[in-house]
Ligand binder design. Structure first.
Ligand SMILES: *Cc1c(COP(=O)(O)O)cnc(C)c1O
Length: 813
């Protein structure tokens, strides 16, 4: 895409201020992307919690010259070119719709409750021998993701695959105008069983809006869809049960495969696919329908479909050997997803040195010459130190990259593995499937036992914006990352929070803050409980102490004077009823006298902490704390003539006492996906999933026992699975002996006998599973809150008890 600013001005019906002769070849909404440059048009989107207009001045400093805005920020009018529009999201969508209208090739629109991304990836795999395909990267299917995907179409493409996902009514029309699918695919619509007919009809009606202009719709035969389909659109349906469907399918499971017996018109034939679960089989049939509609012969269909593969949709962050961090994207290699992976690498960078291991890139629609020039530009703008290229094609373009080593294939790479010196760096591993980069990941990954705590970074971002949306736009956000981020990971989460531009981090002890600063976190960090002995290192690492007593204050002032500090930021804690730490009303005058006129420290904030913000039975007490905080903090501010940040609310405070937001709130447990309010819990996403595997399975007879002390006695023949996680990993022994359960293949397996130090045993008599299968200890089910309730404790304790020997693995959807 290359367009003149003049042209874009017309497309957007915008009012232009500034130069008219700019050329645009790239659109961005992410102020943090290193890919922004002088040919970028930046759309300053305005969301409920975020207004990108505030980043414009720093983007101008980084060389961005063109902006679509709703208003020009003060003082910038002669520094760049501005296209002023009513609504920047509408403008982005209009731009995409215009771009789409320039192309005439077949475009698939995919919608459905499940399976969109998998079907899209599989179709890409099945059709790529014959087409230059443009598809939405990952699951970019939102009001912002869809336009960004569509804008990437270029004139070498000849087939499009775009997902549409909606979260509110009436969003589908907008996506329709942008994707303009010529062929529609409904992947999975749920059934009238789980939602009632009226809801199902409403949902299908909404989804069908995507296909207003489509010539063909592919779907699993369903009376509701049949009735609602528009008369100009041809229906092409399949079914397992309804013989009037265009394609009738019988499925048979054999070994670990499924044979699909297909009846299509007069034709009968079999297809083999390497899956057995219902969802995969259904998705595969949907792909088959597309191949049939494109009139592929059955030989080709049989040939290609037997190679369908599990789609990995996540970018995983893993600890590697020799102090490295791995970003595992070893299942795809195309230009769009490379851009996304490089942005992710930037947001996660833990080391200054960055290496990218990259295979040949496919289906860019560009000539290789053009493609590798663009890849090289990307690599340079993302400040990658070293490129390791693997594949025949990338090897021929080695000269385009600065510090680059290439190998003809993955086996060659392994022959030289020991010379490549992977150490103290972040490594992005990105390759097309048949290069088998998963072997590279395996070789670079640090080895540990099979139990891991998986942390969903998207869920953290989601929960953060959920709580942000409850705040006034001016309220600042401190996030508590004490106790290793509530057990979920210290540095990685702090890095993500820095990326999201929260205002402050909070830790319990100086050590935690020092570790974060040394790892490269630049956000200000408040230390809740600084010991006097830690004051020198607090100063050295620019941490900010909470001061809660005269003794502490005097000790800190003494040191501050000795070090000749100027206005060193401190935080004054008031005790308003928690009776844990803080100045009380009677100390206030002495506090004021000590601080008055002192130039060595500056009161950055005044805070207090509530004892009952989560408990409506103690509402009166909570109000009395807030009132006392108002009174004491006002007095401090008046007498010291200061205007510090005031804050008193924790997570449940944010929800229950919105009027007491003051200037900042301190979010803790909510970020990690836990609320003490059942209604609010529905809006939060699960962050941590503690997983292990089945080590061994055995059968025992009635009368036999399991584990120490024979505390489980079988009363009938029973299947027992052993799982390598125990109380030393932080699983309470109280959770054993029939009270607790784990989840295996979506079914509950009760923990039998006593939990051991490193293992526990479960009853799997009713569950189909095998050794090596994955086991969920907590996550979606059982949830941390559920376990806490049964154990008569709180989710905080469950989360923070998981021992450090359990590896944390971070991922993004
Ligand atoms: C831990 C803590 C918080 C956060 O509490 P949550 O209930 O997890 O939101 C806030 N303020 C202080 C002083 C804390 O110690």
């Amino acid at each position: 895409m290359t367009l003149s600013i003049q042209n874009i001005e017309k497309i957007l019906h915008a009012k232009r201020f500034g130069n008219s002769n700019g050329i645009i070849d790239n659109v961005s909404i992410d102020s943090r992307s290193l890919q922004n440059n002088e040919k970028t048009l930046f759309f300053a989107l305005v969301g409920p919690n975020n207004d990108a207009h505030i980043y414009i001045s720093s983007l101008i400093e980084k060389g961005v010259l063109h902006f679509a805005v709703t208003n020009i920020p003060e003082g910038l009018s002669n520094k760049a070119t501005f296209l002023v529009v009513e609504n920047t999201l509408d403008a982005l969508q209009k731009f995409a719709a215009h771009h789409r209208s320039l192309f005439k090739f077949p475009v698939f629109g995919l919608t459905g409750s499940n399976g969109k991304t998998i079907v899209k990836e599989w179709l890409n795999f099945l059709l790529s021998p014959d087409f230059n395909i443009i598809r939405s990267p990952k699951s970019y299917n939102s009001q912002v993701g869809v336009p960004l995907s569509v804008i990437s179409i270029n004139d070498k493409h000849n087939l499009g695959l775009f997902e549409a996902g909606i979260s509110k009514m009436n969003e589908m029309e907008k996506l329709e105008a942008i994707i303009r699918p010529t062929i529609g695919i409904i992947t999975n619509i749920g059934s009238a069983h789980d939602e009632g007919f009226v809801d199902l009809e409403k949902k299908i009606k909404e989804k069908l809006k995507l296909f207003k202009h489509s010539k063909l719709i592919i779907y699993q035969k369903n009376k509701v869809v049949d009735a609602l389909i528009n008369t100009k659109t041809k229906a092409f349906s399949w079914s397992y049960s309804d013989e009037t469907a265009d394609v009738f399918v019988v499925k048979k499971a054999i070994d670990d495969k499924t044979i699909l017996q297909i009846r299509y018109g007069k034709d009968n034939f079999d297809i083999q696919i390497p899956f057995q679960d219902d969802a995969s089989v259904e998705n595969a049939v949907t792909c088959l329908m597309v191949l049939l509609s494109f009139k592929y012969d059955k030989k080709t269909i049989q040939n290609r479909m037997q190679w369908l593969y599990p789609v990995e949709m996540r970018l995983k962050v893993k600890n590697g050997i020799n102090n490295t961090t791995l970003i595992d994207d070893s299942y795809s290699s195309d230009f769009q997803s490379l851009k996304i992976a490089l942005d992710f690498l930037e947001s996660q960078k833990q080391y200054k040195n960055k290496t990218v291991i990259l295979s040949d890139i496919f289906q860019s629609g560009l000539s290789n010459e053009e493609l590798y020039s663009k890849v090289s530009q990307l690599i340079t703008s993302n400040k990658i130190n070293r490129v390791i290229g693997i594949g025949e094609t990338i090897s021929t373009f080695k000269h385009k990259f600065k510090n680059c080593t290439t190998f003809k294939n993955t086996a060659d790479f392994f022959l030289n593995f020991n010379y490549l010196n992977f150490i103290n760096e972040t490594i992005l591993i990105k390759g097309a499937r048949h290069f088998q980069f998963e072997e590279i990941v395996a070789a670079l990954e640090e080895k540990t036992h099979e139990t891991v705590l998986e942390i969903n970074l998207n869920a953290i971002s989601h929960n953060l914006s959920f709580f942000k949306s409850k705040l006034k736009p001016t309220t600042k956000m401190m996030v508590m990352v004490k106790a290793f981020g509530y057990g979920s990971g210290g540095f990685e989460i702090a890095k993500l929070l820095e990326h999201h531009k929260v205002d402050y981090l909070g830790v319990a002890f100086a050590d935690e803050g020092i570790a974060l600063k040394i790892a490269g976190i630049n956000l200000p960090i408040m230390v809740l409980n600084p010991e006097t002995t830690s004051f020198p290192s607090i100063i050295q690492h620019h941490l900010e102490p909470e001061i809660y007593s005269l003794k502490g204050l005097n000790a800190f002032l003494q040191l501050a004077e000795k070090r000749k500090l100027k206005h060193f930021p401190i935080h004054i804690k008031l005790d308003t009823g928690m009776h844990r730490l803080g100045f009380e009303e009677e100390n206030l005058d002495e506090l004021i006298a000590t601080l008055k006129g002192n130039k060595f420290v500056g009161v950055k904030s005044i805070l207090s902490h509530m004892a009952t913000s989560d408990d409506s039975r103690h509402q009166d007490f909570a109000h009395s704390q807030i009132d006392l905080f108002e009174k004491l903090s006002s007095k401090l501010m008046a007498e010291l003539q200061i205007k510090p940040i005031r804050h008193i609310l924790n997570t449940s405070g944010i929800s229950n006492f919105p009027q007491a937001q003051y200037d900042m709130v301190r979010l803790g447990i909510g970020l990690y996906g836990v609320s003490n309010d059942a209604e609010e819990q529905k809006y939060l996403e699960n962050v941590g999933t503690l997983k292990s595997i089945i080590s061994q399975i055995r059968s025992i007879q009635a009368g036999e026992s399991v584990g120490y002390g024979r505390r489980f006695l079988a009363d009938k023949p029973t299947q027992i699975a052993t799982i390598p996680i125990g109380y030393a990993d932080g699983i309470s022994r109280h959770w054993g002996n029939g009270l607790g359960f784990v989840t295996i293949n979506n079914q509950k397996a009760t923990i039998v006998g006593s939990i051991c130090m490193d293992m526990l045993m479960v009853d799997i008599s009713e569950i189909s599973c095998k050794e090596g299968d994955s086991v969920t200890i907590f996550g979606q089910s059982p949830s941390v809150s559920f376990i806490a309730e049964k154990l008569q404790t709180i989710p905080y304790e469950i989360l923070t008890s998981i021992s450090q020997r359990v590896k944390r693995v971070f991922y993004r959807e």
